[in-house]
Design a protein around this ligand. Structure first.
Ligand code: PMV
Length: 332
C-alpha cells in the first residue's frame, strides 16, 4: 500500500428524521422539495476508510465488494472530488457498520457521512462541515444530516446547483442528553420499494404531495421550539403527525404504496393506549415497517416492555450522538 498517497478513516452516526425528507426536486443532485430535521443516533455508527492512489477503484461494504448502483453511489462522491483534483487517482473504500443494514436504521446516512468526511480528509481538504454535508448529500439525502451531531436541519435551499442545500446543527447532543429513540425491528425483509422509488412515485402521482411540501416545511420551526423547551409531548405529537402525513402521500400514490406491515399499524395504534396508561412515548416511522419510539431515559424500561408485546426481532435504544469524526485506526 506504499503507493497510496492519501488515506483517512471517519466514523459517523446514523440519524432519525422527526420532520421527514420525502421527495426530490432534482434527482441527480438530490435536492429536496422541503427541509427536514433529525436527531443523530448513537451508538449506531459506520466506519469508513478511504485511500487514494490505488491501482483501481474498489468499494467494499460490510465485507462484500459493492456492485451496480451501490458502487456508483459511492463513486459519485469520489468523482465529485476528482473533478476538482484529478491527480487523486483511483480509490479504495472499505466501510463497516456496527448495526444491521436492513433494519431500517438508516445505515446509508451514516455510511455516506463517514465517506464524505474521510474522502475530504484523504484528498487533503480542510475540515468544513458545510462542504462535507454537501458532499454527503450526493450519496443519500439524509446523509447530509449525519455530519454533525445532536439535532440537525437540512435546509432545502433555493439554488439550482444545490450549493445552499446542506444540513447544520441546531442543538448539540448535550442539549437533551436524556432523549431516547428506541428502534423496534419488526421485520428485516428487504423492502419491495426503495425510498428513492417511493418518493419519486409520491412526487409524480400523489395528489397529496403539494400539501406535504407545505406542511412539512411548516413543521420545522415548531419542532425546533419544542426541542429548545425539551418538550417531549409537543415534539412527539408533531413527529407522529409528520410521519402520518409522509406515509399518507404514498398511500395516495399510483400505485398505492404502504411501507407499514400489519404489525407496524398494530403498534402505532396501541401507542395512544400506552400514553393513557401514563407512558410518555411517541413514534416516528421511516420508509419501512420498523417504528422508532421517542421517550425519555427514565421511561425506557416501560417502552421496551410495551414494544415486547409486539414480538420484535430486536430493539435498539439510541441517544443523541456526536459529530462525524476522523480516527487513526484504519480498516485496511
Ligand atoms: O436519504 P434517503 O434516500 O435514504 O431517504 C430517506 C427518507 C426517509 O428516511 C424516509 C426520511 C428521512 O428524512 O430520513
Amino acid at each position: 500500500m506504499s503507493n497510496l498517497n492519501g488515506k483517512a478513516t471517519a466514523v459517523a452516526h446514523s440519524n432519525i428524521a422527526l420532520v421527514k425528507y420525502w421527495g426530490k426536486r432534482n434527482e441527480a443532485l438530490i435536492l429536496p422539495w422541503q427541509s427536514s430535521l433529525s436527531v443523530t443516533l448513537a451508538p449506531l455508527e459506520v466506519k469508513t476508510t478511504v485511500a487514494f492512489g490505488a491501482p483501481e477503484d474498489s468499494v467494499q461494504l460490510n465485507g462484500k465488494e459493492a456492485q451496480g448502483s451501490e458502487r456508483l453511489r459511492v463513486l459519485a462522491l469520489v468523482d465529485e472530488l476528482r473533478r476538482g483534483k484529478s491527480a487523486l487517482g483511483c480509490v479504495r473504500v472499505h466501510s463497516e457498520g456496527n448495526f444491521p443494514v436492513s433494519a431500517g436504521l438508516a445505515s446509508s446516512a451514516a455510511a455516506f457521512a463517514a465517506l464524505a468526511l474521510a474522502l475530504r480528509s484523504a484528498a487533503g481538504l480542510p475540515r468544513d462541515v458545510e462542504a462535507t454535508s454537501l458532499l454527503a448529500r450526493l450519496g443519500s439525502g439524509s446523509a447530509c444530516r449525519s455530519v454533525q451531531g445532536g439535532v440537525c436541519v437540512w435546509c432545502r435551499g433555493k439554488r439550482k446547483d444545490g450549493a445552499d442545500s446542506f444540513a447544520r446543527q441546531h442543538f448539540s447532543p448535550q442539549h437533551w442528553p436524556t432523549l431516547r429513540m428506541v428502534a423496534v425491528v419488526l421485520s428485516r425483509e428487504e423492502k419491495a420499494v426503495k425510498s428513492r422509488d417511493g418518493m419519486r412515485s409520491a412526487v409524480k402521482t400523489s395528489p397529496y404531495y403539494p400539501a406535504w411540501i407545505k406542511s412539512a416545511e411548516e413543521d420545522i420551526q415548531p419542532a425546533l421550539k419544542a426541542i429548545a423547551a425539551r418538550d417531549l409531548e409537543r415534539l412527539g405529537t408533531l413527529a407522529e403527525c409528520n410521519a402520518w402525513r409522509m406515509h399518507a402521500t404514498s398511500f395516495a400514490a399510483e400505485p398505492p404504496l404502504s411501507y407499514m406491515k400489519p404489525s407496524t399499524l398494530a403498534l402505532l395504534l396501541a401507542l395512544e393506549e400506552e400514553r393513557q396508561r401514563g407512558t410518555p412515548v411517541w413514534f416516528t416511522l421511516d420508509a419501512g415497517p420498523n417504528p422508532v419510539l421517542l421517550t425519555e431515559e427514565a421511561h425506557v424500561p416501560k417502552v421496551l416492555a410495551f414494544a415486547q408485546s409486539f414480538s420484535p426481532l430486536e430493539t435498539v435504544v439510541c441517544h443523541p450522538g456526536g459529530d462525524a469524526r476522523l480516527e487513526e485506526a484504519h480498516l485496511f
